[in-house]
Ligand binder design. Structure first.
Ligand SMILES: [Zn+2]
Length: 415
């Protein structure tokens, strides 16, 4: 009702204004030189209004025409982005399903639609690698590495390729660049550590191993690689302090100390090593400077005191007792080792010497006795004649250990 009333009032006012306008009295006279035009006032005002309206329409049309290409481009870009995102989803699905060729088709489409974005470069590389095209993958990784915002991603991909191709020099260079790009990245540290192990760069492997790695083994392996005697000594000391029972490092350092005129320090070092992990080579190194049987016996008793029941200690003393003319004491030591279950072939063979009357029986038993301890890979179980940092059979590093450790446990429990 109110709306109808308002419309009626508006119509009445409009009609009144129109009548007033048509009945306006006056004229407009326009002259230019000899040319003249005379219009009555309402007509002139109406013509002016039409002119202004036409000008306004022209200005509006010009604005619309100017903005149109940009809008069209925006709409095209949006459509491309939507299609590109769809292609990216399909790339991820193809990669997850292991379909390299399908992933590459979608990658080409997405790159055409969206250009070389970092994500697409990375997906290009991954799809190419999956499809066996390492060349394209490398180009994509290189393009990534050239961009400041994703240099790490590019270098990471290039490093993975270098490691897979066993291009160790290139891998080392890339790892150094990665470490410079992001020094705190745990992945870089782990990758550099693995690389150092693969290339047998023991010094770097030691530096990157942290406190959890086989530090004694790595330090000793690094000591053997260096030509600088001072550095070798430092690394051997590091190995011995990391694991005093690691015989190869103790033996090497003791030899160095002897050569430098410190036999007592060498002997103390070896005795500590034997106490931690009784090893026949350590015992032999301790006894080598002494030739008198009585003194050898005293020495053997002394350095085996802290591990008196260990089969290796009993063997050392049994041999010293025999050399000193005390076969009965020798037999006691050997019988104790055998009774404890820790006796091996060497105990039975020595028993044949200490008990010549029953030698045939002891030698017969020696044939079926446990084999003597050896350097053995803790990973694959392969025996090695000497300690080495890497097991040639399974390739693991720092796993070769003297297998007397397990024997110690059994012997102490049983005796
Ligand atoms: Zn192995």
């Amino acid at each position: 009702m109110r709306a109808a009333l308002k419309t009626l009032i508006a119509l009445a006012l409009g009609t009144a204004a129109l009548l007033w306008f048509v009945n306006l009295d006056g004229a407009v006279d326009i002259r230019a030189g000899t040319w003249a035009i005379n219009l009555n006032l309402p007509l002139a005002l109406a013509a002016l209004l039409v002119l202004v309206a036409a000008l306004l329409a022209l200005v509006l049309l010009y604005g619309v025409a100017r903005r149109m290409p940009r809008r069209m481009r925006q709409r095209q870009t949006e459509r491309d982005r939507e299609e590109g995102e769809g292609a990216m989803t399909r790339i991820l699905v193809s990669l997850a399903a292991g379909r390299g060729d399908a992933a590459r088709t979608e990658v080409s489409r997405a790159r055409r639609l969206m250009g070389d974005t970092p994500q697409l470069l990375l997906l290009t590389a991954e799809a190419a690698r999956l499809d066996g095209d390492e060349q394209t993958a490398r180009m994509a990784f290189e393009a990534l590495a050239e961009r400041d915002d994703c240099r790490f991603l590019g270098l990471r991909g290039l490093l993975r390729q270098a490691v897979a191709d066993e291009h160790w020099d290139r891998a080392r260079t890339l790892a150094a660049e990665l470490a410079a790009a992001d020094p705190d990245a745990a992945w870089v540290r782990e990758e550099r550590a693995q690389l150092a192990l693969r290339t047998e760069n023991w010094r770097e492997a030691l530096e990157l191993a942290g406190q959890t790695g086989p530090r004694a083994q790595l330090a000793f392996a690094a000591a053997r690689q260096t030509a600088d005697p001072k550095e070798a000594t430092r690394l051997e000391q590091l190995a011995v302090s990391a694991d005093p029972g690691f015989a190869p490092a103790a033996l090497a350092l003791a030899q160095r100390l002897r050569q430098e005129g410190h036999p007592k320090r060498a002997a103390a070092l070896l005795a500590e090593s034997f106490a931690k992990s009784p090893n026949p080579e350590t015992a032999e190194a301790l006894m080598q400077s002494e030739t008198d049987p009585a003194r050898r016996l005293r020495l053997a008793v002394e350095f085996t005191r802290s591990v008196v029941r260990h089969p290796e200690a009993r063997l050392v003393r049994a041999r010293a007792f025999l050399e000193a003319g005390e076969p009965e004491r020798s037999r006691q030591e050997l019988e104790a080792a055998m009774a404890g279950g820790g006796g091996d072939r060497r105990h039975f063979v020595l028993m044949a010497e200490a008990d010549p009357e029953d030698a045939a029986r002891w030698l017969n038993e020696a044939a079926s006795a446990a084999s003597e301890p050896a350097w053995r890979c803790g990973h694959c179980g392969t025996e090695h004649a000497q300690w080495k940092p890497r097991c040639e059979n399974c390739g693991t590093v720092g796993e070769i250990a003297w297998n007397a450790e397990a024997r110690t446990g059994r012997a102490v429990e049983a005796v």
